[in-house]
Ligand binder design. Structure first.
Ligand code: ADP
Ligand code: TRP
Length: 331
């Protein structure tokens, strides 16, 4: 067991796709095997754009069920809902006072909106609420509250983790050594998982395969994968085939090699290859999918897990707030 503390937050946005699973969730599952891991559903972070409470709550259960079912090591993981920890609101307020406004002006997501507004000749801050503007401070509070060392995130979140380091530094400069400086680790961009149309699998291209799609939906999606027009007899290049590239994510080395040879030799039509891919993914994910469905049918069980996690998270959060209050207010 490594003694570094891993922490990450997931926004409650609904079922991820197979690309998210391979690129983001699986590396986290691996880290949780030998690290103490804090993982929370970032419902407060959803608030700047989502205003439907029921939807946030439902997606929170989905994300939590997903994390549990997908195989996080729950012995090592403290799973909780961000908003259940009152100390997060406290630390955010404290950190506001050491964070320069200029830092927030530099945040990519805010800057992107300002640029869009400028191009459209409307007020630069149109559509920007303070939740969005101060988003990186809340995220710094998430990271610093639990003494995190390592923060695995996607590329788009790297700047936020760097801001958390900066904010920790500002605080330490004024009040003396208090916070550890967290390190981002960024999911590797290699081996991007292709989607149904061969481009990167992405929500924005509408070419995704949902991770826990029911068998019949999974099959339909896989049958829609775009291929070239080679006849069954012709040899095919596996490394250019979405079917092969997806297959190898779920198959053993020897199965992958066998499948590769079937492509190279010729004599296998794409229909057959798709059926093999469907069977592979369907069986590889069936246990996790069944556990996900079971949990979603028992939201009380999910809530209990989240509450147990919150209790543990609060114990650490309490200590951080006591330290900060003492340094900032002498209390
Ligand atoms: P999308 O492109 O569907 O909007 P996100 O940008 O929300 O996906 O991705 C969340 C995380 O999932 C990213 O940090 C990235 O690591 C991973 N990811 C997304 N799409 C892929 C993909 N096609 N292949 C590998 N990893 C991916
Ligand atoms: N902002 C992240 C996202 O949009 C989610 C998140 C919130 C997070 N707090 C965090 C990630 C703390 C890592 C650490 O995906």
């Amino acid at each position: 067991m490594d003694d570094k503390i891993v922490l990450t937050g997931i926004k409650p946005t609904g079922m991820p796709h197979i690309g998210n699973y391979i690129g983001a969730l699986k590396p986290l599952i691996d880290l949780s095997q030998n690290h103490k891991t804090f993982m929370f559903i970032a419902d407060l972070h959803a608030l700047n754009a989502m205003h439907d409470a029921k939807e946030i709550k439902q997606h929170t259960y989905e994300e939590a069920a997903l994390v549990i079912a997908a195989g996080m090591n729950m012995e090592n993981t403290i799973l909780f809902r961000q908003s259940d920890i009152n100390e997060i609101y406290q630390l955010t307020e404290f950190l506001m006072n050491v964070t320069p406004k200029g830092l927030m002006n530099r945040a990519h997501s805010y800057k992107a909106l300002v640029e869009k507004n400028t191009e459209s000749n409307i007020d630069v801050d149109s559509g920007v609420n303070m939740g969005l503007y101060t988003y990186p401070i809340l995220m710094a509070a998430d990271i610093l509250l639990y003494n995190s060392d390592i923060v695995p995130v996607g590329k788009d979140q790297k700047q936020h983790v760097e801001f958390a380091r900066d904010i920790a530094g500002y605080f330490n400069n004024i009040y003396g050594e208090t916070f550890k400086l967290p390190e981002p680790i960024i999911g590797e961009e290699i081996g991007l998982i292709p989607g149904l149309d061969g481009r990167k699998m992405s929500k924005s291209y509408d070419n995704t395969i949902p991770l826990f799609a029911p068998s019949n939906e999974l099959k339909k999606k896989i049958m829609r994968i775009i291929t070239d027009s080679k006849t069954p007899e012709e040899p095919k290049n596996p490394d250019e085939s979405t079917i092969f590239l997806l297959y190898k994510q779920f198959a053993s080395e020897s199965e992958t090699e066998e499948f590769r040879q079937m492509f190279l030799k010729g004599g296998m039509g794409y229909g057959t290859a798709k059926t093999m891919l469907f069977e592979k993914i369907d069986s590889a994910l069936s246990k996790q999918r069944a556990e996900y469905d079971r949990l979603m049918a028992n939201p009380n069980e999910i809530e209990e897990i989240l509450q147990r996690g919150a209790e543990q998270a609060r114990r650490i959060a309490n200590r951080t707030i006591a330290k900060v209050k003492k340094k900032m207010l002498g209390l």
